[in-house]
Design a protein around this ligand. Structure first.
Ligand code: ACO
Length: 323
């Protein structure tokens, strides 16, 4: 059978770091409140001339170099983003151009914070179907551009950045010990739109708009939906929660991560945490965390890695990969 094997990972963060103390100069908040309620200590913020595609191109280039492949052999570029450079063309097409790729297809996926898991699922299915052989899957965001910087309940939570992986079609044995993506599961339910959305766009105010969130309600749904989709993904492959080498969750909030851990009975040292340094970078948070986990040798060849996310929509999902 053909599996999508992760050949390389890369990341890029804007230079400018904004700490909780910096935020306390803009809105009525404190380092203590933010750390205690979220676990976030700092986030990176893009400069005026740093677009989502710029971050995505830099991350993708690093992933391609580490994969040791020639960009001309890439035939699929997917960018998960809720903060595109423009309404159209897709940011993925701009990334494709930045990489010098001219064959195959490029398009964006909009599933907000679950975007990377959605994009990985789509790329995996194209590869397994034999339609594409080498895919770059990018999660890139500049949420700083859609935040209401006067709303302390949301502006302290998010940051900018990008991460990317290179997937390659490789023949495997068809067993659960194969390398590559072993299982994916994506879900959505539009009944919860009012709990997390952006109040702008061509069909409403015709401006970009600002992120609006009922944090308490989102929190309540997150633990339940994320634990559910992890359990479903494990059942699909017959692995128990403690057989996973590393959980690489979407980084929204330390308390959501703790809640999921407790529900699954997984020990905290099996969870990759980057939100203290990056905040919530939406679709970029999982590939940013994957990148750090590989650099810190917490993921090695053969590691069993489970990614999960939930975001606006609601959308949610999980992917199990043997590195
Ligand atoms: N600094 C200081 N005080 C604040 C801040 C702030 N930045 N933000 C809110 N407060 C105040 C509130 O005004 C409120 O004051 P009041 O009691 O006088 O009215 C008090 O703190 C408590 O507010 P709550 O909203 O009840 O605080 P809560 O403990 O629920 O924490 C939070 C808020 C952190 C947003 C939490 O609900 C949460 O983490 N929700 C999950 C949302 C999330 O992570 N979303 C990310 C996008 S979706 C995803 O990626 C999964």
């Amino acid at each position: 059978v053909i599996r999508s094997v992760i050949r390389g990972v890369g990341a890029h963060l804007p230079k400018r770091v904004m700490t909780n103390a910096d935020l306390a100069k803009i809105v009525d908040t404190s380092d203590e409140w933010i750390v205690e309620r979220t676990g976030i200590r700092a986030r990176h913020i893009a400069g005026d001339d740093e677009l989502t595609s710029d971050l995505g191109i830099a991350a993708a280039k690093q992933a391609i170099v580490r994969a040791g492949i020639d960009p001309v052999d890439i035939d699929l570029v997917i960018c998960a983003t809720a903060t595109p450079d423009r309404t159209f063309p897709a940011t993925a097409v701009r990334i494709q151009q930045g990489l010098g790729v001219t064959k195959g297809a490029a398009f964006d996926v909009q599933a907000v914070c679950s975007g990377f898991v959605y994009a990985l699922t789509i790329a995996d299915n194209f590869i397994k179907a034999g339609q594409f052989k080498r895919a770059v899957v990018v999660g890139a965001e500049t949420f700083s551009r859609i935040l209401d910087w006067e709303d302390r309940t949301t502006c302290v939570l998010f940051g900018d950045g990008a991460g990317a992986v290179v997937l390659e079609a490789q023949p495997q044995h068809g067993t659960r010990d194969d390398r590559g993506i072993l299982a994916t599961r994506i879900r959505s339910d539009g009944r919860f739109e009012d709990l997390l959305y952006v109040d702008g766009g061509p069909g409403s105010t015709k401006t970009v708009g600002h992120l609006r969130m009922n944090g308490r309600e989102v929190f309540r749904h997150a633990v339940q939906k994320i634990s559910g989709v992890i359990e479903e993904t494990l059942v699909m492959t017959g692995y128990a929660p403690d057989e996973i080498d590393l959980y690489v969750p979407h980084q929204a909030n330390q308390r959501i991560l703790d809640g999921v851990l407790k529900k699954l009975g997984v020990s905290p040292d099996k969870i990759m945490v980057t939100l203290d340094k990056h905040g919530n970078t939406s679709a970029a948070s999982i590939p940013l965390a994957l990148n750090l986990a590989v650099e810190q040798h917490r993921i090695k060849e053969g590691s069993l890695v489970l990614m999960e996310a939930m975001g606006g929509g609601f959308t949610w999902g999980a992917a199990l990969v043997r590195w």
